[in-house]
Write a protein that binds this ligand. Structure first.
Ligand code: GLU
Length: 393
């Protein structure tokens, strides 16, 4: 039997979707998806390209215009200075990480001393489900660091130093953090980048939630530290900031050598990203300011609605998540006794049709992740059903 496990976030969302398709009223608080229609200008641009009728193979690194626009968006918003040959378009952010780890952990990796070395990838927990899973698929070894809730679930330089081994070559960072909603300040990020550099680690920074910060805090990209630019790789996506999950458009920003390898890998795998999606993405970047701020405002409203509904149905306050789409709550705070997080999520989905994701999938048993990105009607109704269900246990 294969050891390969499917992604819990994707599997639970699929179960919720099939229940919905069967006519069941499901409250889908599982998947991290800003549920909003894709902006009209984006759909129009993709349709116009289809109507034009000439839909050839894409260039493996992506349309030059799109790569320029992606760099311009990063540089303007996040104090980076990328140019076209430091950017590749990928089939979503997840595949960007997949390609990066495939190369960096593989036999032809430039960061291996010997082709047979096994690379240790440092992954702070709670982590997004796919980081350790992809690491294992690539025959590399995830080194998990358990961050502390009392420290806002933030990785510290001391924890990083203590966990690093002689085979540690990569730090897999995520800011804002899925599933906790944490964001790092510039000082905290600077300290982590300094330590990663001392430990000679390549930093892969997953920044797909950069557009979903609600606290007014600066979003600090790891690409905004010029002194470490060469050893820093940024993963971005249009799924969250542009509400384009199904379009599957992501990016890697890195030095030209890495981008050239990624482009070669693309020629041997997908041949590049669908041109229909790329033309939609061009229109999205051309209207980025309006789209990003409308999505940010809508998700902030849903976060506020979640917090309000939680207070109404559970009778207590929860801290306002600063970023992302998630509330990460302990079973204890929810008042759940006698069930594991997995048992709780399964029973909530089976018995009251509320979909959520167990903390164990994120390396943090005893917790549950709720996404407030779903339809606003799901939030109040979902929390009401959940509170009643917990009382009935
Ligand atoms: N990243 C989102 C989540 O955590 C989407 C699903 C996935 O790809 O994991 O829910």
């Amino acid at each position: 039997m294969s050891q390969l496990k499917a992604s819990t976030t994707v599997v639970i969302n699929s179960i919720a979707q099939s229940k919905k398709a069967a006519g069941i009223r499901v409250y889908n608080l599982s998947v991290g998806e800003p549920k909003m229609v894709t902006p009209q200008v984006v759909r129009d641009a993709a349709c116009a390209f289809i109507q034009n009728g000439d839909i050839p193979y894409p260039s493996p690194a992506g349309l030059p215009k799109l790569r320029d626009l992606a760099c311009g968006w990063m540089n303007k918003n996040y104090k980076t200075d990328y140019v076209q040959n430091e950017c590749i378009v990928t089939t979503g952010g997840k595949f960007a990480i997949y390609l990066l780890l495939q190369y960096l952990c593989g036999k032809s990796s430039s960061i291996k001393e010997n082709p047979n070395d096994i690379i240790d990838v440092i992954v702070p927990a709670p982590y997004w489900v796919s980081y350790p899973a992809i690491t294992k698929i690539m025959d590399a070894n995830p080194i998990v660091i358990n961050t502390k809730e009392s420290n806002g679930w933030k990785l510290t330089p001391e924890e990083l130093k203590a966990a690093s081994t002689k085979n540690s070559k990569i730090l897999m960072l995520n800011n804002g953090v899925n599933p906790t909603g944490t964001i790092y300040t510039r000082a905290e990020m600077q300290a982590l980048m300094n330590t990663a550099n001392e430990l000679d680690l390549i930093v892969i920074s997953d920044e797909v939630y950069s557009g979903l910060v609600y606290s007014g805090d600066e979003y600090v990209s790891c690409g905004s530290f010029p002194e470490y630019k060469d050893k820093t790789i940024i993963v971005q996506s249009m799924s969250k900031s542009f509400s384009m999950t199904g379009w599957r458009i992501g990016y890697i920003f890195a030095n030209k050598e890495i981008i050239d390898v990624m482009s070669a890998l693309s020629t041997q795998s997908t041949t590049g990203v669908s041109l229909i999606a790329q033309y939609g993405a061009i229109a999205a970047f051309e209207n980025a300011e309006a789209i990003n701020s409308s999505i940010n405002q809508t998700m902030k409203d849903r976060r506020d609605e979640f917090v309000r509904a939680y207070k109404k149905h559970f009778g207590k306050d929860i801290e306002n998540p600063k970023a992302t789409l998630y509330v990460f709550a302990s079973l204890e705070s929810l008042g759940v006794k006698g069930l594991t997080d997995e048992e709780f999520c399964i029973r909530a989905l089976e018995e009251v049709n509320v979909a959520s994701v167990p903390g164990s999938s994120f390396g943090q048993p005893g917790y549950v992740r709720f996404s407030y990105g779903s339809d606003i009607e799901d939030l109040d109704g979902g929390l009401e059903s959940l509170a009643k269900f917990i009382k009935s246990l």
